[in-house]
Design a protein around this ligand. Structure first.
Ligand SMILES: [Zn+2]
Length: 264
């Protein structure tokens, strides 16, 4: 069995400030270590339970957060960026049996994480078919377009709750709860235990995680500055709704992700 892991950092246990997420900042090391251990715990559990091939995408910012020398054998890692609109799941293809998202976070406009955002902090809200659009939703559709179910999500409690309401088959592992600028987080040992436990549950539940793709994707995006909205409005198919907001419609996941890639 072959599993793809997409790993972000803002939803990992303990992480609470932007400085902790930026490669080169002194505070980054501890967060990167936590992200690494969370991914490692999931990889080891997968390998102990019948998975023989794992590819991990380091999907945060620089793409160079995971301390890759700590990953177990039979795990490959994709570092930096391959330029694909599949973004945080780039490298995924139809040969994978399942995908797992680690360290994911609440979307822009949601209060569940001090670092809530969707793809980039130049926007404050993205809507997709009347749902607040998170990175979880974007990449669950990306995976679904390749026939791959997302079977597990770890991150802040609010994105975990949202994912369960969207897809009742997905197994979640809430690492922390965000309130204002702070988090109430599990400690490392309990976080890793929960990830191991939920990984086993998720493997037993693969068949219940398929999502149906909509026929069309109606997207609107609110930017922090009118300049960003103006600039985005020049992309083919993108309309300016007001000073700060644009919208577009796509008929396929790939078209939607491609437009997203150029305007956020
Ligand atoms: Zn991130």
């Amino acid at each position: 069995m072959k599993v793809f892991i997409s790993a972000d950092i803002e939803g990992c246990a303990g992480v609470t400030s932007w400085k902790e997420t930026i490669l080169g900042e002194t505070e980054h090391f501890k967060a990167a270590e936590q992200m690494t251990l969370e991914v490692k715990a999931v990889c080891e559990t997968l390998l102990e339970n019948g998975v023989d091939e794992i590819v991990v995408k380091d999907a945060h910012d620089s793409g160079k957060n995971i301390l890759f020398d700590m990953l177990p054998k039979n795990v490959k890692i994709i570092r930096q960026w391959l330029g694909s609109p599949y973004s945080m799941v780039q490298g995924l293809d139809a040969t994978f049996d399942a995908a797992i998202f680690i360290g994911y976070h609440s979307a822009a406009s949601m209060t569940g994480n001090p670092l809530s955002h969707t793809m980039n902090t130049i926007i404050n809200k993205m809507m997709l078919n009347d749902m607040i659009c998170s990175e979880y939703l974007l990449h669950t559709y990306a995976a679904a377009s390749l026939g791959v179910p997302v079977i597990m999500l770890s991150g802040d409690k609010m994105i975990c709750d949202w994912a369960e309401s969207f897809n009742e088959g997905v197994v979640t592992a809430p690492m922390k709860e965000g309130i204002g600028d702070g988090v109430i987080s599990l400690n490392r040992a309990d976080a890793l235990d929960m990830l191991k436990d939920r990984t086993k549950q998720a493997l037993a539940n693969i068949d219940n995680c398929h999502v149906t793709l909509p026929d069309r994707f109606d997207v609107s995006i609110s930017y922090n500055t009118h300049m960003s909205a103006l600039r985005a409005s020049y992309y083919p198919g993108v309309k300016r709704i007001d000073a700060y907001k644009v919208s577009f419609t796509s008929e396929s996941v790939l078209d939607m992700l491609t437009t997203r890639m150029f305007i956020i």
